[in-house]
Design a protein around this ligand. Structure first.
Ligand SMILES: NC(=O)c1ccc[n+]([C@@H]2O[C@H](COP(=O)([O-])OP(=O)(O)OC[C@H]3O[C@@H](n4cnc5c(N)ncnc54)[C@H](O)[C@@H]3O)[C@@H](O)[C@H]2O)c1
Length: 348
């Protein structure tokens, strides 16, 4: 019997996954799926970049293909993990479902709400396939506990949710190169907080958004209509408010945090986390070390997310994250971008 001893599971019963896109995040997902996710087995990878294909063959020992189309013809692949530029997600997601494979798609599902409809329609006609979008923060133990507390009504009526998502200053300017396909700061970054707020306030209807932003450190972002520092306000029909502060200009490193205020109390997630479990006091001051990037902050969440995907496929259950919620997050992020660009309040 072929046994994968590291994960302690039988190879025949593990889910065979093909990954598409081996860039900044794709490589991390690929390494996770190859060695760290119980019940998963990485069998194939696709990238348009030859060096990335060579890396996958040499490092992970998997078949490497130049594109999604060729990977989909590999009969060994049962599920596809899309980590390609966002502008390709909706089209590639429909190809995956049409080929009869389970789908994991990195966030956001699309740069506009309408292209999500074809994916939702197709997934509706294939209830035997799992289709999940990668909002991994929902699997972070802090955000998950906050959700439990809100859902159990332990804060009473929730009045306000304050969200912060900051990427560290990047002298390499990755975000400038990434901007043409990312949809801008609201679709690329703030979308995580939008998804979390809608999840926390389940059943409450978003009414309107306001937004503003500025290019402080990366003026080249303006060519794509993007900014490096932004704020948005989202109003709900029950009177609750959510605020969003997002940037690519953090001097203190990566930070994702949220404060939820209710009638009887408040919770805070992820504020002031240190990369090292060390707090240094000196000359009356205190020093901690900020986190370098989203991966350091959410590496456990990425693993839990992948594990839930595999379990969901094995159990034949529908995805815990619905495609409809991914569409709604995109719709609101697009409205924020319009509010930023026009300076007007956008009604939802
Ligand atoms: N969950 C998160 O917090 C998080 C963090 C970072 C990125 N992402 C998402 O992951 C996706 C990829 O981001 P990234 O930072 O890794 O980008 P990236 O530009 O570093 O990588 C993109 C990859 O896609 C490949 N590619 C491009 N066109 C392709 C095609 N037609 N067919 C196959 N492969 C193709 C490229 O070769 C590259 O390997 C984006 O949608 C982004 O929003 C999510």
């Amino acid at each position: 019997v072929n046994v994968n001893t590291e994960k302690g599971i039988f190879m025949e019963t593990s889910l065979a996954i093909g990954i598409v896109g081996l860039g900044r995040l794709g490589r991390r997902h690929a390494e996770n799926l190859a060695t760290k996710v119980p019940g998963a087995r990485l069998v194939a990878a696709a990238s348009v970049v030859a060096e990335e294909r060579e890396w996958a063959k040499a490092r992970l020992g998997v078949s490497a293909y130049p594109d999604l189309e060729t990977l989909l013809k590999d009969p060994a692949v049962e599920a596809v993990w899309l980590v390609t530029p966002t502008s390709l997600h909706a089209g590639q997601a429909t190809e995956v479902l049409r080929a009869g494979k389970h789908l994991f798609c990195e966030k956001p599902l699309s740069l506009d709400a309408e292209p999500c409809d074809a994916v939702i329609d197709l997934a509706g006609r294939r209830p035997d396939l799992v289709a999940m979008v990668g909002f991994m923060r929902r699997f972070d133990t802090g955000y998950a506990e906050a959700k439990r507390i809100v859902a159990a009504n332990e804060l009473g009526k929730v009045f306000e949710i304050q969200c912060e998502s900051h990427d560290p200053i990047d002298p390499e300017g990755f975000f400038v190169r990434f901007a043409p396909t990312s949809g801008g700061i609201f679709l690329d970054c703030c979308i995580h907080d939008i998804d979390l707020v809608l999840w926390m306030l389940e059943g409450v209807r978003p009414l309107r958004v306001k937004a503003s932003g500025t290019c402080l450190l990366y003026p080249a972002l303006a060519e794509c209509g993007d900014v490096d520092t932004a704020a948005a306000l989202l109003e709900f029909d029950n009177g609750a408010l959510a605020t969003f502060h997002v940037s690519r200009t953090s001097h203190r490193g990566y930070e994702a945090s949220m404060a939820i205020h209710g009638e009887t109390g408040a919770v805070e997630v992820g504020r002031g986390l240190s990369n090292l479990p060390l707090r240094r006091e000196e000359g009356g001051g205190v020093r901690t070390q900020g986190q370098p990037d989203f991966f350091a902050r959410f590496q456990e969440a990425f693993l839990l997310e992948a594990g839930v995907f595999v379990e969901t496929v094995k159990a034949g259950r529908p995805s815990p994250l619905t495609l409809a919620s991914a569409r709604e997050a995109t719709r609101i992020a697009v409205a924020m971008r319009r509010a930023l660009q026009t300076g007007q309040t956008v009604e939802l």
